[in-house]
Design a protein around this ligand. Structure first.
Ligand code: KG4
Ligand code: ZN
Length: 342
């Protein structure tokens, strides 16, 4: 996009358990990205403990912002706008990033742009490292699969910031299913990477777990496959004290990937999409990435690995397009009201 005004955006993301700050130029070139992960702390509880997350954000936010500015060799005087995730997410976590962002904006006289976390995930596919050759820009109409720990949905993007939600999960999000099955198989938290690792040694065809095609719709359902793994584990435990963990992990992973891939392909063809985008924490999954890269005729955009899970670079990118295009209203904001200063 050549006709958009140039701008540097500093963004904050604190919707869940990562305290993150990033600076991006013109929506795509990443100047710095800092993520302070709380993963080890929450692993003790087997999932995110909201009160602890909130307190960790308070401790981390100032050093994380200072580090992002230092890494980019910039000061606030070099920034054109502040962006921040305003939802959805944990209220006690969001409020830390939002208050910091409001403080930075008020203190420096910069405009403040609220960004929807899911929109942020989609824009992670626009981001590239500043010193890397610029990858092709996603082209509209774009079929966008968002697969995270809290959401699984298919959106048709007909232009920047313009979404038609075609379907979503009726029960568990794909990432949530990974996390629950990992717990069941005692693989630990977070479940996605643990299942992926275990699955590398396993046979994806050993167990035929169900695929919920929900053919007449673009919706998803992952509770059936999760329950089916549970029943299989119960049956196996009756026969032996050692479980074929890797085969269970690989077969479960394959069932989820099959559904995500085929349903995205069907929707892309039905709606005449030019390209496909896959984003959100589960897009870090190696089998999912390989499947999308190898098995389709469409150009496919998947964020670099470090930008699949929560980060602020994606918020900076979405914030840039909102700022540059003057679209300061939000996608479905179901958590907090829309606000913009400046
Ligand atoms: O996008 P994200 O960081 O947070 C939300 O916005 O929810 O996604 C986190 C989710 C978790 O459920 C995690 O298990 C999953 O993404 N995940 C993966 C992988 N890495 C993270 N799932 C499958 N394979 C992975 N390699
Ligand atoms: Zn996320």
């Amino acid at each position: 996009m050549t006709d958009l005004k140039p701008a540097r955006i500093l963004a904050l993301e604190t919707s869940c358990d990562e305290t993150a700050c990033a600076i991006i130029e013109n929506g795509r070139a990443l100047l710095s990205s800092v993520v302070a992960s709380q993963m080890e702390i929450h692993a003790r509880y087997g999932g995110v403990y909201p009160e602890v997350a909130s307190r960790q954000h308070v401790l981390s936010i100032t050093p994380v912002v200072e580090q992002a500015l230092a890494q980019a060799h910039l000061t606030l005087a070099d920034i054109d706008a502040i962006a921040v995730t305003q939802g959805p997410g944990l209220a006690g976590s969001l409020v830390v990033g939002m208050n910091m962002a409001k403080g930075l904006a008020l203190g420096s006289g910069l405009p403040l742009v609220g960004v929807n976390h899911l929109e942020g995930h989609l824009y992670s596919a626009w981001v590239h490292d500043a010193d890397e050759t610029i990858p092709a820009e996603p082209q509209f109409p774009l079929m966008a699969l968002l697969v995270s720990g809290g959401h699984t949905e298919l959106n048709l993007m007909t232009d920047h910031l313009t979404y038609q939600r075609l379907g979503a999960t009726l029960d568990d999000a794909a990432g949530e299913a990974f996390d629950k099955v990992a717990r069941l198989l005692e693989l630990g938290y977070p479940g996605g990477p643990a299942i992926q690792k275990s699955a590398e040694e396993g046979d994806p065809n050993r167990f035929k777990f169900p695929r919920a095609w929900l053919d007449e719709t673009h919706n998803f359902s992952f509770s059936g496959v999760k329950t089916s793994v549970l029943y299989e584990v119960r049956e196996l435990k009756k026969k032996s004290s050692t479980l074929p963990i890797s085969d269970l992990a690989a077969s479960f992973q394959q069932a989820v990937v099959d559904v995500l891939f085929k349903k995205t392909m069907n929707a892309a063809r039905e709606f005449g999409a030019k390209e496909i985008l896959v984003a959100g924490g589960v897009s870090a999954n190696r089998v999912l990435r390989q499947t999308f890269r190898a098995q389709t005729e469409f150009p496919v955009h998947i964020p670099q690995l470090s930008l699949c899970t929560d980060n602020a670079a994606m918020v900076a990118s979405a914030g840039y397009y909102r700022y540059a295009l003057g679209h300061l209203s939000q996608m479905d904001m179901d958590v907090l009201p829309t606000w913009v200063l400046g």
